[in-house]
Ligand binder design. Structure first.
Ligand code: ZN
Length: 81
């Protein structure tokens, strides 16, 4: 059982897509990795609405705990400004 595994078929991957995946070691973060990157990610989001971190986006979509953490961090940072 691994509900977090995305429906990714190897046949869909172009060489460019494979390169993009390999850039970040793996796009599928653990919660620890997600927490490590969360400050940077949320600050980047606040500074640039076009900012995307595919690995973070994917994890936050699938992980309610981290998504809530990111949302409260975002609220905190917005309130600080
Ligand atoms: Zn998580």
């Amino acid at each position: 059982m691994n509900d977090a595994t995305p429906p990714l078929r190897l046949g869909d991957l172009t060489p460019e897509a494979v390169d993009a995946l390999l850039l970040d070691t793996t796009p599928w973060l653990s919660c620890d990795e997600c927490f490590d990157r969360m400050d940077t990610h949320v600050e980047a989001l606040l500074g640039d609405s076009e900012h995307h971190d595919p690995a973070m986006d994917r994890h936050l979509l699938g992980c309610a705990a981290c998504r809530e953490e990111a949302q409260s961090l975002e609220a905190l940072l917005r309130a600080r400004d």
